[in-house]
Design a protein around this ligand. Structure first.
Ligand SMILES: Nc1ncnc2c1ncn2[C@@H]1O[C@H](COP(=O)(O)OP(=O)(O)OP(=O)(O)O)[C@@H](O)[C@H]1O
Ligand SMILES: [Mg+2]
Length: 326
């Protein structure tokens, strides 16, 4: 449904996005995840024909964004970063105006407006001036505008910004319900949002795609080693050495917390049982033994943490205690 091939956007000498490629299938919800300035909005503006790419090609529903912008725009609902509302119109006047621009009229326009007013909880404010609405309500009006002509494709730039927790949950539900029949790209810096509503996540950092996968695969793929945290009441001087000899354990670190060791193990090998047996046999006083898994947050930070603008190469689980080799 959406096919982005090697698009680059330069603002003067500044490269905002650099050879970005990805695709979105029919019915798929894709999250575009990245820190501030990563290039999310830039990519979305190209896909919605708001501006052309410097290089590369973007196709939406088979139409080229550069050559056939009208065909593309007809099929897209777009919620920009700042909702494109007119402050001097009431909600109903504004939706009527947008609907007419979209070619809707008569009964169909009235029904479409009613549907979106209800869906976005705008009933109580429909006759108020948009200029007098709170930020969250303006965001809802922006979403109603994007959905009004029931487009096949939705491009939502940070759709839940400014909404209260209840509304965030409702909007996520709404997006989940659109999946299957609509193709959706949404941008966010909120990881739970990506995991909650999307089948696939594209992580972008400094204008480049640094990862693309399902939320589950992403954390699994990047977890290059399993980690275990072990706390002992009375460790012996050779505890570190003995732990390192356990099958599957690659490295042992001591932590600043007294009696706590951090064990790095081979991927897919759970050494906890063997470690527990050793601790009990040696009488070290086993207090705690647990696996530390990398969360999607860790993955995101690791992928987007930049050193001179380039993502780092080594996995660092941010949950691990500051350690030094035992
Ligand atoms: N009109 C412009 N002129 C010059 N540089 C721009 C322009 N628009 C964006 N940029 C730059 O391009 C880069 C990408 O910006 P973009 O707005 O796409 O990021 P983003 O991922 O949407 O960030 P945020 O999470 O803050 O919304 C940034 O370095 C930004 O400063
Ligand atoms: Mg943005």
């Amino acid at each position: 449904m959406i096919e982005v091939q090697q698009i680059t956007k330069r603002y003067g000498h500044h490269t905002a996005i650099d050879r970005v490629s990805f695709s979105v299938a029919k019915g798929e919800v894709l999250a575009f995840l990245g820190p501030n300035g990563a290039g999310k909005t830039t990519t979305m503006r190209i896909l919605t024909c708001f501006m052309p790419a410097t290089e590369g090609k973007a196709l939406v529903a088979g139409f080229d964004c550069a050559d056939q912008p009208l065909e593309v725009k007809r099929r897209i609902g777009y919620l920009p970063e700042t909702p494109p509302v007119y402050l001097e119109l009431t909600v109903t006047e504004y939706l009527q105006f947008v609907g007419r621009l979209r070619g809707l009229s008569g009964k169909i326009l009235t029904m479409s407006m009613q549907r979106e007013i209800e869906r976005l909880g705008l009933g109580t404010v429909q006759h108020r001036l948009i200029g007098n609405l709170s930020r969250g309500y303006r965001q809802r009006v922006g979403l109603a505008q994007a959905l009004l002509h029931d487009p096949q494709i939705l491009i939502l730039d940070e759709p839940t910004v400014g909404l209260d927790p209840k509304q965030i949950i409702e909007i996520r539900e709404l997006i989940k319900n659109l999946a299957g029949s609509h193709s959706v790209i949404l941008s966010t810096h909120i990881l739970p949002e990506a995991t909650a509503v999307c089948q696939r996540v594209v992580i972008i950092s400094s204008g480049r795609i640094v990862a693309e996968d399902t939320p589950e695969q992403l954390s699994a793929r990047l977890r290059q080693s399993e980690k275990i945290s072990l706390t002992l009441k009375s460790p012996a001087p050779d505890t570190g050495q003995l732990l390192k000899s356990v099958q599957g354990v690659q490295n042992v670190f001591t932590s600043d917390a007294p009696g706590t060791f951090l064990l790095e193990c081979e991927l897919g090998r759970d050494a906890r049982e063997e470690v527990a047996r050793l601790a009990v046999t040696k009488g070290w006083g086993l207090v705690e033994l647990k696996a530390i898994s990398m969360t999607l947050e860790d993955v995101f930070l690791r992928l987007t943490r930049t050193e001179e603008g380039r993502p780092q190469d080594t996995v660092v689980a941010t949950t691990e205690p500051a350690g030094r080799p035992a």
